[in-house]
Design a protein around this ligand. Structure first.
Ligand SMILES: NC(=O)c1ccc[n+]([C@@H]2O[C@H](COP(=O)([O-])OP(=O)(O)OC[C@H]3O[C@@H](n4cnc5c(N)ncnc54)[C@H](OP(=O)(O)O)[C@@H]3O)[C@@H](O)[C@H]2O)c1
Length: 329
């Protein structure tokens, strides 16, 4: 991250007051992944408060999901709107089962692809290191499987359906050296060269680049039913995302979080802003509830070339998991 980017972030956390969302989601069905805690749960709470008809808490622990649904119902005084569905993004089988279940929904207006992991150990989940599976590949698989349902809803409601991804400013904190290899995903699977201290940042870079290319592909599609997709940077938010860090890290991280971080509710506001799906947000990186600036690399010619390579590699991966799924675009 450059000095200027650091100062910009500091200013944004100290001076910017994020607007509390007021736009209604009346009648809409919304899926929020990773919504048993943190800003996913707070975004879900906003959607219920803002009149959504059904908010699906897509979580890997049903018990934690039920506790979140109970808390949301109590605070919004709207019973039965938040529903808990099982989804483990570390398992393609779980994603397929979730998507199959969602096909029976009468409508699907929005997906908030929010769940994420931050860990320091190299562990595989399916065919990738866990950050890459959970933070990148699985969310793309899920949204591609649900694209027909989103399009069908967009046609019926005569308004775009939305897929918003929770990204991160930390994509600016990596040089992303893995890009120098012939096959980037293969290199990210190499335990011997894996730089786990930076892996979370790298996963957010790969997510941003692949979603930008996904947005380009969507814009070229001639299928009916418009889709808006964007990547939200919620900023530095007081959640438990750093739960796997060392105690030495926690020693300076916790006071910093106490001084600087936004609350999970404020973080949730940024997700709701992305989910509102304003046309101009398509393919964009959103910061402080408006269009923001990515790292210089992302918009450089090399960033563009890397984006296209990553997309080609990801397409092959997704095709291997579910043949024909790319045709949903
Ligand atoms: N906090 C920040 O400062 C910050 C900044 C930028 C971006 N973000 C991003 O914001 C998003 C939400 O994180 P948060 O800060 O709210 O942290 P959090 O409270 O730790 O929430 C993460 C959520 O992801 C879920 N999750 C993790 N692995 C999963 C899996 N395999 N399948 C399904 N769900 C899974 C977690 O479920 P369990 O409870 O079962 O683990 C939890 O619900 C993440 O994408 C994170 O990268 C956070």
């Amino acid at each position: 991250m450059t000095r200027e980017e650091g100062i910009q972030h500091l200013k944004s956390h100290m001076l910017v007051k994020l607007p509390s969302p007021t736009k209604k989601f009346t009648g809409q069905t919304i899926i929020v992944t990773g919504s048993n805690v943190g800003m996913g749960m707070e975004a879900a709470r906003h959607f219920v408060r803002l009149d959504a008809a059904k908010v699906i808490l897509a979580v890997r622990s049903l018990a934690k999901g039920e506790a979140a649904a109970k808390s949301i119902a109590a605070s919004t005084k709207r019973e039965g709107i938040a529903e808990v569905w099982e989804l483990d993004l570390a398992s393609y089988q779980s994603i397929e089962a979730f998507a199959k279940r969602a096909q029976a929904l009468p409508r699907l207006d929005i997906i908030v692809a929010n769940a994420g992991v931050l860990m320091y150990k190299f562990e595989l989940a399916e065919d990738n290191e866990t950050h890459i599976t959970v933070n990148v590949v699985s969310h793309l698989l899920l949204t591609l499987l649900l694209l027909p349902k989103l399009r069908e809803t967009a046609v019926a409601t005569e308004k775009p359906s939305v897929i918003t991804f929770t990204g991160s400013f930390t994509h600016k904190m990596t040089e992303f050296v893995e890009r120098k290899n012939e096959n980037i995903f293969a290199e990210l699977n190499n335990k011997d060269t894996a730089r786990m201290k930076e892996r979370y940042y790298v996963s957010k870079m790969v997510q941003l680049l692949t979603v930008r290319e996904f947005a380009n592909e969507l814009a070229k599609s001639t299928k009916g039913g418009k889709i808006i997709t964007n990547v939200v940077n919620p900023g530095f938010v007081a959640t438990d995302i750093m739960r796997h860090s060392t105690w030495a890290f926690q020693l300076w991280y916790r006071p910093l979080r106490w001084i600087m971080a936004r609350s999970a509710e404020e973080g949730g506001r940024t997700l709701v802003h992305g989910a509102e799906g304003a046309e101009e947000t398509h393919g964009q990186y959103l910061d402080d509830c408006k269009i923001g600036a990515t790292s210089a690399f992302v918009i450089s010619p090399e960033g563009d070339e890397t984006q296209k390579r990553l997309w080609r590699e990801l397409r092959a991966k997704l095709e291997a998991v579910h043949s024909g799924v790319l045709q949903n675009i």
